[in-house]
Structure formats: structure tokens, C-alpha cells
Design a protein around this ligand. Structure first.
Ligand code: BG6
Length: 296
């Protein structure tokens, strides 16, 4: 279902039989909404998000490619999040055994303009699927289409903003005891201590060699987000807290209380593709009542 979003930007709405829905902007190839059967929003989008190119939309699931954060010479988080994607005219076939019905295939290709800052040809195919149980799946396929024989290297993340009731009542499971690079301490390496991750100040960590399943537990709402990932060994956890929130022009001063970014990523060991090679990275998220969740 096609429609027009904020500021005339094109968007696509996916609906699932039980009443879940998702909204995808072609600008950024970005999921900006994921709602359950009660119409409750499960992703955070700032009330100050501008929806105005060339600025990236603050919230939902921005795609960071070909560079995560400032790990390289490109603009922060690369350019994919502020480009206009198109609906893929030639999408990869959908597996016939699958029961997934609501999906959209997007495509981002190199342009001469971008070649000035990142001199490579590529095809980035993004499939966004809303499953029959309401789970949201994003699959990225990135192919090197260089004709000059050159490899390219990139880092990547699904910059997923979860909506939470109260950050001080949130717990993340699956990252305890892991090593991480602390972006607030010059990317120094530490080992996580304690049982589960909780939040009482700014956090900006890159967890390394993470498991394929991570849980984000919103105690107050009795909701657990279960994240599954494939091809993405790292996981970034980010909350700007009060001071950084105030410094962000497109983020409300108190909104840090109601969001948490958990971002499946491939950063520590960047991906290199030879011409003709393809990389695949997947994120699947579901939202379940906490009582249904049986732990790790
Ligand atoms: C996170 C980074 O992924 O994104 C943080 O780890 C960064 O360092 C945050 O501040 C937000 O980035 P931006 O460019 O969307 O403001």
C-alpha cells in the first residue's frame, strides 16, 4: 500500500492479518513505524524528527552504510540513510515455502555523485517483511558491481530505535559478560560485568561477538522485544541520556527516557567484497508479552 508521508515523502505501508503494521519511507529505505494489533507503536521516532532531506530521519530503523558512525572518512553513519531508495524492479525471488506475505523490496544503487565520496559500484537490496505473527524482518544484500576489478570494504548497522516506557526500568539480556568498545572512552575495550544490562546514564557501546539472540525487556509495559540476527556479529547499545539529548536538534529533551537503540552491526571486522561477491545481513524483531518469554 503506497501513500504520501510527512513533507510529501513517499512511503509504503505493510499490513498483516492480525493487525500489525509497518511503515517504510523510500527516503533512507527506513522503517519509521511498527505497530502491534492494538495499534501501539513499538519503535521510537522523535517528535522532533524533521523528515526533511538531506537530514536523516531520527528514529525507526535507519540503515547505516557504507560506514558505521565515524569509523572512517565518510559522513557520520554513511550515506544510505539520506538517499532516496527505489522499489526494486528486479527483486530476488521470494522463497515459495515461506508464509511471509507482507513485504517490500527496496534498492539503492551507486550514483556518479556518491562515487566522488565512495568510488564504488554496488547494489544494495533491502527486503522488509512483516511476518504473520507481526515480527519484522529486514534482510540486506549488498553486492559489489565494480567493473574495475576493485574490492570494497564497508561497515554496517541496523540502527534500531525501540520504544520503551521508562529507560530506567529496561533490561537487556544476551550481552552480559561480553567485551565491548566504549565510545564514550575513546573506544577502549572493557568486559561487561554483572547479570544484565540496565541504564542510569549515557551509553554508547559496541559489544563484540554477540549471540544471535538479544532480548530487550520493558518491565513497566511487561513487553519483551526479541531480536534475532544473522551475519552481524556486533551489537551497538546507545542512549544519549539528558545532556546529549539536549545537544541533538532533532531529539526532544526528555525523549531519552522512552527509547533505546540496540543495533545489530558489523563494525569491528569490516566486510570486504570482491567484484561479483554479495554479503547478507539480517535482523528480525518480535514483541511479546514478557510472561511468554522463557529467557535465553
Ligand atoms: C550510535 C552511535 O549508533 O548512533 C553514537 O554509536 C551516535 O555514537 C548515535 O551518537 C546517533 O548518531 P546520529 O548521527 O544519528 O546522531
Amino acid at each position: 500500500e503506497h501513500s504520501t508521508g510527512v513533507n510529501g515523502l513517499e512511503k509504503v505501508i505493510l499490513r498483516e492479518v492480525r493487525g500489525f503494521s509497518a511503515e517504510v519511507y523510500l527516503y533512507g529505505g527506513q522503517v519509521t513505524s511498527w505497530k502491534n494489533e492494538l495499534g501501539e507503536e513499538l519503535l521510537f521516532v522523535s517528535s522532533k524528527a524533521t523528515f526533511r532531506p538531506p537530514k536523516a530521519i531520527r528514529g525507526g530503523i535507519p540503515i547505516t552504510f557504507p560506514q558505521f558512525s565515524n569509523h572512517g572518512p565518510l559522513e557520520q553513519h554513511g550515506f544510505a540513510r539520506n538517499r532516496f531508495w527505489i522499489i526494486d524492479p528486479n527483486p530476488p525471488p521470494f522463497p515459495t515455502t515461506s508464509t511471509y506475505k507482507a513485504y517490500i523490496d527496496l534498492l539503492l544503487k551507486h550514483t556518479e555523485e556518491d562515487a566522488k565520496i565512495w568510488p564504488h559500484r554496488y547494489e544494495f537490496r533491502l527486503r522488509i517483511t512483516l511476518g504473520p505473527g507481526g515480527d519484522l524482518m529486514l534482510t540486506s544484500r549488498i553486492r559489489n558491481t565494480n567493473t574495475d576489478g576493485k574490492s570494497f570494504t564497508f561497515t554496517f548497522a541496523y540502527h534500531t530505535y525501540f520504544a520503551v516506557t521508562d529507560i530506567s526500568e529496561v533490561r537487556v539480556e544476551g550481552l552480559e559478560t561480553l567485551d565491548y568498545l566504549d565510545n564514550l572512552k575513546n573506544r577502549e575495550r572493557f568486559t561487561e560485568q554483572g547479570d544484565a544490562i540496565t541504564f542510569e546514564s549515557e551509553v554508547d557501546k559496541l559489544y563484540l561477538s554477540t549471540p544471535t539472540k538479544i532480548a530487550i525487556i520493558d518491565h513497566e509495559r511487561k513487553r519483551t522485544f526479541v531480536m534475532r540476527k544473522d551475519g552481524l556479529p556486533d551489537a551497538v547499545v546507545w542512549n544519549p541520556w539528558d545532556k546529549k539529548a539536549k545537544a541533538l536538534p532533532d531529539f526532544g529533551d526528555d525523549e531519552y527516557k522512552h527509547m533505546l537503540c540496540v543495533e545489530p552491526a558489523c563494525v569491528e571486522k569490516p566486510i570486504t567484497l570482491k567484484p561479483g561477491e554479495e554479503w547478507k545481513g539480517r535482523q528480525e524483531i518480535s514483541a511479546v508479552p514478557s510472561s511468554y518469554f522463557s529467557g535465553q
